[in-house]
Design a protein around this ligand. Structure first.
Ligand code: MG
Length: 119
């Protein structure tokens, strides 16, 4: 397969998916998701903590590679899903939990018919 347009989420995801098909025959999407959560995200956190933000590109890419493959496995148009979700996120009010430093959304500012079910 020819090298994709890496600036296109869809083209890059398809390229990664076909590469994963060839490289990891019989892979199970749920196992790829658990690999992301149990191995790749901890690696990202560890690299960030031990080596700093300048050395996390490869680990960040590992996470995205798994997510992009999963999007194809599960027939999700990731580019459209991101656009749709950002439209929702941009309308939400976000509040910081001072105990954790995490932001959580509260009320929607203006909600039009979404037709989706994002959390
Ligand atoms: Mg990794």
């Amino acid at each position: 397969m020819a090298s994709p347009n890496w600036d296109s989420i869809t083209e890059a995801s398809l390229y990664i998916h076909y590469w994963a098909d060839r490289t990891f025959p019989g892979r199970v999407p749920e196992r790829a998701l658990s690999k992301l959560v149990m191995e790749e995200i901890p690696e990202l956190l560890q690299h960030r903590k031990e080596r700093g933000v300048d050395s996390i590109a490869g680990e960040l890419a590992d996470c995205f590679i798994l997510l992009m493959d999963l999007a194809i496995c599960w027939n999700v148009d990731l580019s459209q899903a991101i656009r749709d979700k950002m439209r929702i996120n941009e309308r939400r009010m976000w509040q910081k939990d001072e105990a954790t430093g995490h932001y959580h959304h509260g009320i929607e500012l203006h909600v039009e018919s979404e037709g989706g079910h994002c959390d």
